[in-house]
Unconditional design. Structure first.
Length: 351
């Protein structure tokens, strides 16, 4: 942006484009100018004394908080300081006195610098901004750009404030700020009331603030699949249920011979009779094993063993229980084999 800007490396945006357009209108051969002394004389006022307006900064100063469209103060977001109330409260008694008002036609950049250097020149500032609003509303497009350029330091400052911590694109906030300012410039702000510049900045600030807070009712999460809801899938990397079953096998919650039947019946929804026949298991035995596996998985999920990091103690306890199940199954298999072969179970087990 131009040399007056206090922010380096500002991204390309609507504000940057407006600033460049303003700079093009303020160079030779015919730069835009205003005669402050003549405007003050025509208004029947002088530079001495205050206008009783609220203590808002000069044309380029950043407002402490947004002002209403009627020139009154409006509360900004948390942490902002509202402007001083109307009627001169908080204004030094000698504010605005003995000011060296520029004489003759003054280029707008120089006039903006003067207003920024005299933040208590309320009468001069209000007179200048009433003239800017009048010319912009008279259908002169160059004065619309001139009004934006005169307020550019304040607009850039509030854009930086609103963009801090914003999850979207900062250029969107810049566009909203410029749109709100132009809306106030065209029709919303009453130039006959005090502090028209503060009112314009208030329109711009509220437009940017509305965009910033538009999505606050939504909570941004890393992956919506794992967001809190009525039901919740395991945390990554266990996004697929098959992987959860294999993790249960690795931890000893499920036995190796039960993994494939469990996936086929519980996840693949295959008929238990067909799965039992394929694995050469009695169908009632298969149903009992799946029922017990369901109970162990539910217990592990409730305890966070499958979705978190299992401690060494938890792994040891699960491994011990798996060994006990394996011993029981081996004993049952030996007794079944002995009964079918006509051998006493004890002898078969000993063998």
């Amino acid at each position: 942006m131009s040399s007056f800007d206090r922010f380096d490396n500002w991204p390309a945006s609507a504000l940057q484009a407006a600033d460049r357009a303003f700079a093009a209108l303020t160079v030779d051969p015919a730069p835009l100018t205003l005669d402050c002394a003549a405007l003050l004389a025509a208004a029947g006022t002088s530079a001495a004394g205050t206008s009783g307006t609220s203590a808002v900064g000069a044309a380029g100063a950043s407002p402490a908080g947004p002002a209403g469209a009627d020139g009154t103060d409006a509360a900004g977001p948390a942490g902002t300081t509202p402007c001083a109330p109307a009627g001169g409260a908080g204004i030094p008694p000698d504010a605005g006195t003995d000011l060296d008002v520029p004489a003759g036609a003054v280029p707008l950049p120089a006039l903006r610098d003067w207003l920024m250097a005299h933040p208590t020149a309320y009468t001069v500032r209000d007179t200048v901004w009433r003239e800017l609003i009048r010319r912009a509303r008279d259908g002169e497009p160059e004065w619309v750009i001139a009004a934006v350029g005169m307020a550019m330091p304040a607009l850039v400052a509030m854009a930086g404030q609103l963009a801090a911590g914003f999850r979207g694109e900062s250029v969107d906030i810049d566009s909203e700020i410029l749109t709100g300012f132009l809306e106030g410039l065209r029709r919303r702000v009453d130039p006959a009331k005090d502090a028209p510049h503060a009112s314009l900045c208030g329109c711009a600030f509220r437009a940017g603030w509305d965009l910033r807070t538009a999505g606050r009712e939504y909570e941004v999460v890393a992956d919506i699949e794992y967001a809190e809801a009525t039901s919740r899938l395991p945390r990554a990397p266990y996004g697929h249920v098959d992987l959860l079953v294999y993790r249960a096998q690795a931890l000893g919650i499920l036995d190796a011979e039960d993994v494939e039947p469990y996936i086929a019946v519980r996840l693949g929804h295959r008929t238990p009779q067909l799965v039992a026949e394929a694995h050469q298991i009695n169908v009632d035995v298969l149903r009992m094993r799946l029922h017990r596996a369901d109970a162990r998985l539910a217990e592990a999920l409730a305890g966070g063993v499958l979705t978190g990091v299992a401690s060494p103690e938890a792994r040891a306890a699960l491994g011990k229980r798996q060994q006990q199940r394996a011993a029981r199954r081996a004993g049952k298999a030996a007794r079944h084999l002995a009964s079918t072969a006509g051998t006493p179970p004890v002898a078969a087990a000993a063998a």
